[in-house]
Ligand binder design. Sequence first.
Ligand code: BGP
Length: 467
Amino acid sequence: MKEFLWGGATASYQCEGGWNEGGRAESMWDKYLHEENLENGDVASDHYHRFKEDIKMMKEGGHTSYRFSLAWPRIIKNLEGEINQEGIDFYNEMIDTCLENGITPFVTIYHWDLPQYLEELGGWLNRRTCEAYMHYAKVCFDAFGDRVVHWSTFNEPRYCIFSGYLIGNYPPGHRDLQETLTGSYYLMLASAMAVKVFREGGYKGQIGIVHSFAPVYGVDGTVQTRIAMRFADNFLNNWILDTAAMGEIPGDMLGELSKTCDLSMMLPEDLEIIKHNTVDFLGLNYYARAVVKPYETGETTLIVNNSGSKAKGTSQTIIKGWFEQVRPESSRYTEWDTEIFPEGLYEGIRQVWKKYHLPVYITENGIGLYEDVTVDQVDDEERIQFMNMHINAILNAKEEGCDVRGYFAWSPFDLYSWKNGTEKRYGLVAVDYEDNLKRKPKKSYYWFKNVIETKGEAIKRETYGEV
Ligand code: BGP
């Protein structure tokens, strides 16, 4: 049997800190959060200085893999594409530390920290960023490809582009459908361009993409609901997964978009690159499903609850003419109003496996909680239950023949959660931001260690009826 990878996942901006050290250039997130005067990742979990301690804890916690991202602004200094050797040295040390500890590095090339020098030229709205990304990816393959054999081009294209260009709650903070389409397109083109470089360079290993996966459910079985489900699936999943895995942007989605948007940036030669450079595996980040009904009335509305309080209103997604997301009242929710629905992971893996027949990694899964980390050991029984239910769902899908090859908890230690700041904690290890960033394993850390050491036998099993 192929080895199943067990570990945790992080992102450079969310954990490293050291934002102006080691020759790192400014990222779009530094600029945006500094300007808006919001909680930022200047220090974050200080992983930049403490990664050895963190990786040692992963090893002691039984982890066999570590999913982390490389910071583009640490590696490429400027528009001319000059390499920052200090950045390369830093990640060489990180990779070597993983390997010395028996941990397989699972590397994401881009997890949202675009260099500000590119953002100033339009960021993902400028084709030049695709070329710059291709150069950056090649630098990474050349520098680390002798030891890294699991690569992901992008983390969550849909989430970062929609948040930055449609919802407007992430940098650059715009709300524009045309920009959303252009940014999405260039980002997916850049992904295919990196796959091309990877293949042509004959680097060893596999290259995939990581998607913010939201399996779509309908409120009922009517034809109208089925149409709404197709719109939602295109919007939430297909334009990433079909494009990356099959080399095709969904035609019906483009047909709809062409009624109001300009698609002229989609050049025939680009579509050839997309078609011929599909990925080797799919990384799925699973937090929740999407339940939808047919669109009724009103304008496109996209609201995200970053408040950490259910009372402050719920998240809302209405796409005019396409679909509306509904909030099943009888379901369970986190404090940030994310539905807890492990069956969706089971069903989603089955759908993805059936449609694409590519190996799947669950590259993120976890629950954000308020926690008092001043105690000796955080008793995060809620996280244990959450992880148990989701790993159970994965095991159920695996037993039905789906090729799932790994599970990464978001996250191995507490880190900065974008617009939610640091109070939304996901870690298996607590980081006390008030007391010298001290690390303290939570109860879930020991529970997960046992799960890994028993190869999943410690999971309390449950099968589902009709889901
Ligand atoms: C995913 C991202 C991560 C991470 C996680 C939790 O979308 O890939 O970067 O942050 O979600 O989300 P949040 O921190 O907003 O709660």
